[in-house]
Design a protein. Structure first.
Length: 81
């Protein structure tokens, strides 16, 4: 089978599937059902941090990088190193 012909057949199948999906969605909406929602229900993306959490992470990373630089002490916002 020719590669070009295989690609053309796949595109035709894709278009057919898209039409079927669109018609099923239309039937679902006309039946008064709610739109499809992901099963997990969780929000995607990165979790935001509170200012307290950011401060804790900041202090921890300052200690980490100080140890990586050879143990030079740094002054933290709480006054202890």
């Amino acid at each position: 089978m020719d590669l070009y012909k295989a690609i053309q057949e796949l595109y035709a199948e894709k278009e057919k599937l898209e039409r079927v999906i669109a018609s099923l969605e239309e039937l679902q909406n006309s039946a008064g059902e709610l739109p499809v929602v992901p099963a997990s229900g969780r929000r995607r993306g990165r979790k935001s941090m509170s200012s307290e959490e950011r401060e804790i992470v900041s202090e921890r990373m300052k200690r980490y990088w100080a140890s990586r630089r050879g143990g030079k002490e740094i002054r933290t916002s709480e006054g202890n190193s």
